[in-house]
Design a protein around this ligand. Structure first.
Ligand code: 9WN
Length: 472
């Protein structure tokens, strides 16, 4: 693949390199596709996606990657359910049901549900670091104590719409109270500033772990890279260390986990001494989109959509009031420890496009930002959508969320563009995303210039969202 852009489906790229220094997963259909230049037609791509999801299925859930992430992750399961609904609807519901079985009594949906059958050390930090069993209200299975963006109500709604049968409706009816409890937890326990927005207490909660958006708040977290010599990182045994967060990042991640865990994951008094408190535009956009989805689910299962619509409107209003920066024309995270918006322009700022009630002024500004040289969204994209401003001096095309292109982000932004009447931009983004997988396989992330595959070569949400894009 060349800098001129990823090919569209049907344009084989046999001669191009597609994997940059990454090892392969045990089951790596994505890597096979990459070696042969990628499946050239949509039925080949669909087969690749289904094979990837099947290989990653684990009794009642799908692992994001057999090697890097062998347990169940929260927002991964939501994206995966959206794709499974196209090919294995029964599994889509099992995926969401297994995740919500691990919901805590306070309503939080943990960001990792650990598979007890795996050996100690299969992932770091594992259950021994989180110690969820010590906390009243945690489920019987070991979990982390953090959350991730609440994209699950949207996933459940889309899964039902894809396969609207009685079994799906029954599953939706069972899930509805758990989805409501998830929102209640976020609204009541995580509104640290009292402004109607959710505060994330760890970069892992954002899902974009080492985004430049977190550099400013993370700089204030006391930690030293040297502490990592006491631990064995699992990720760098399976992926190139140059493509992953640094040891200093990990030292800070662990310090924040320890602070939260030592307060038994209690959310009261966070403002007093928790080291990382940030309002994230993507997380809060997902929080608002969940209320929109819940309104539709309520109507389907005999509930009252009214309160969901009212909460959705309040969240959109709070997002605009607190996180929109008129000077830059985009949304920025707010660091609650300084009460300042962070300055890095990341793709997180475009996420409020998924809100159907985002005011026209902000929609128009975000479309300008998306089309700018920073993100390059266009009817014919010259390069994949990056996760960070590609004109920034510290743009890193290989390092995880500091530049590379990810399908879940493109999928969300595309959805927002469709919602707000920009079908030609949405089509450009779709073609670019499908082209990435056609060129490199179901990789975890992609080089934002060349489209080369990075991270896990058999990554579940890439496969799942590809299925959704192909059927759209
Ligand atoms: C920490 C599973 C998860 C994703 C996150 C992604 C990565 C974990 C890690 O993998 O995070 O939660 O070990 O790096 O950043 O978005 O949910 O795929």
């Amino acid at each position: 693949m060349t800098a001129a852009g990823p090919p569209s489906v049907g344009t084989p790229t046999a001669a191009e390199p597609s994997s940059v220094g990454t090892p392969t997963d045990a089951a790596s259909p994505g890597a096979d596709a990459a070696r042969t230049g990628g499946p050239a037609d949509s039925s080949g791509l669909r087969r690749l996606a289904v094979t990837t999801l099947d290989a990653n299925w684990e009794h009642d859930h799908t692992v994001p990657s057999r090697t890097l992430y062998p347990h169940q992750w929260s927002w991964d399961s939501a994206f995966i359910a959206i794709g499974l609904a196209h090919v294995r609807p029964e599994r889509a519901w099992r995926e969401l049901a297994s995740l919500f079985r691990a919901q805590w009594a306070d309503g939080r949906v943990p960001h990792i549900v650990f598979n007890p059958a795996l050996r100690v050390g299969a992932y770091f930090p594992g259950p021994e670091m989180w110690r969820s069993a010590d906390v009243p209200g945690a489920p019987a299975v070991a979990t982390s104590g953090l959350v991730q963006p609440p994209v699950h109500a949207l996933a459940a709604l889309l899964a039902y719409r894809r396969a609207p049968d009685p079994a799906g409706l029954a599953a939706l009816r069972r899930l509805y109270p758990a989805l409501v409890a998830q929102q209640r937890y976020l609204a009541e326990r995580r509104d640290v500033a009292g402004d109607g927005l959710v505060c994330v207490v760890h970069p892992w909660e954002s899902g974009l772990d080492n985004s430049p958006a977190w550099d400013e708040p993370m700089a204030a977290v006391p930690a030293e890279a040297a502490v990592m010599s006491a631990y064995r990182r699992h990720d760098t045994a399976h992926a190139d260390a140059a493509h992953r967060p640094t040891d200093l990042d990990y030292a800070r991640y662990l310090a924040i986990v320890a602070a939260y865990r030592d307060h038994r994951y209690a959310d009261r008094d966070l403002a007093a001494d928790h080291p990382f408190l940030v309002e994230c535009p993507l997380f809060n956009a997902a929080f608002g989109a969940a209320e929109h989805a819940l309104a539709e689910i309520a109507a389907l299962v005999g509930g009252d959509p009214g309160p969901h619509r009212a909460r959705a409107a309040q969240i959109t209003e709070a997002l605009v009031r607190r996180l929109y920066d008129p000077d830059t024309g985009t949304f920025q995270p707010r660091d609650l420890r300084t009460d300042r918006l962070v300055s890095a322009r990341t793709v997180l700022g475009l996420a409020p496009l998924i809100l159907p009630d985002l005011p026209t002024r902000q929609v128009d500004a975000l479309v300008v930002e998306a089309r700018s040289a920073r993100f390059g969204v266009a009817p014919r994209m010259a390069r994949p959508l990056p996760t960070y401003d590609r004109t920034a001096p510290d743009f890193e095309p290989l390092r995880y969320w500091r530049g590379p292109s990810w399908l879940n982000i493109g999928w969300l932004i595309r959805r927002g563009l469709l919602t707000h009447g920009h079908p030609e931009l949405a089509a450009g983004l779709r073609r670019s995303m499908v082209g990435l997988v056609a060129g490199a396989g179901c990789h975890e992330y992609f080089h934002p210039d060349t489209g080369a595959g990075l991270g896990s070569p058999a990554f579940s949400w890439t496969a799942a969202l590809l299925l959704d894009l192909l059927d759209d």
